[in-house]
Design a protein around this ligand. Structure first.
Ligand SMILES: O=C(CO)[C@H](O)[C@H](O)COP(=O)(O)O
Length: 227
């Protein structure tokens, strides 16, 4: 069985107590921390930038999975690498030189992912599937946490998984948006193996509720408690 990875997204975490929120992700058995960088242009909200990621890097050894929802990502890749990103995912929409961008990221010795919005077809990235480490399928429209999962993306996931197995590609399939234990299971059944979970964890009031939320996701995915 392939490795299932839980990646808490701090987009809706308590930024006044961010270190505590990261402690919860670690204690709950996460291996990745998902960091959404949104510029208010590519997607309609403004989150945080490389300086916050740098601070997070000094605090945790979790794999920092940086998702750029920004215009002109090429200009900022070095900043995020120096801030401590372990992987950088850029969006295929609007990227004129996607192949070059992927190799710009990989040239820094970190992993490169490509994200697709719910309405963007897989065919847009078919020519570069052998070059990337991860495909991130957005299951909500980018910009905000707490939205509802768009079920139609499941058929795209199935299509991508078939392509992956028929061509023996090695990329991971990450899903992001509206994930609770139910959606995690659906996505896992369609071949996803990295699960970004934001509000289902961080909208909970207490630490023990947040930890229980992570437990629920892991149970649904069959991830053991030791990770
Ligand atoms: O990329 C995102 C928004 O652009 C978030 O990572 C995503 O929405 C996760 O939050 P939630 O689990 O609350 O949907």
């Amino acid at each position: 069985m392939k490795k299932q990875i839980l990646a808490p997204s701090i987009l809706n975490a308590d930024f006044l107590h961010l270190s505590k929120e990261i402690d919860i992700a670690e204690k709950g058995g996460a291996r990745f921390l998902h960091l959404d960088v949104i510029d208010g242009v590519f997607a309609p909200s403004i989150s945080f930038g490389a300086n916050i990621i740098y601070s997070i890097r000094t605090y945790t050894n979790l794999f920092l999975d940086v998702h750029l929802m920004i215009e002109n990502p090429s200009q900022y890749i070095a900043d995020f690498v120096h801030a401590g990103a372990d992987s950088i995912t850029i969006h295929a929409e609007g990227a004129i030189h996607l192949h070059r961008l992927i190799y710009q990221i990989k040239g820094h010795g970190i992993k490169a992912g490509v994200a697709l919005n719910p309405a963007t077809p897989i065919s847009l990235i078919e020519p570069i599937l052998s070059d990337i480490d991860m495909v991130l399928l957005m299951t909500v429209n980018p910009g905000f946490g707490g939205q509802s999962f768009i079920k139609e993306v499941l058929s795209k996931m199935t299509m991508l998984s078939h392509l992956k197995s028929s061509k023996k590609y090695s990329f991971a399939i990450e899903v992001d948006g509206g994930i609770t234990p139910r959606e995690a299971l659906w996505c896992s059944q369609q071949g996803a193996n990295i699960f970004v979970v934001g509000s289902y964890i961080y909208y909970k009031e207490t630490d023990s509720e947040k930890l229980q939320a992570m437990k629920n996701i892991k149970k649904s995915l069959g991830i053991g408690d030791s990770k």
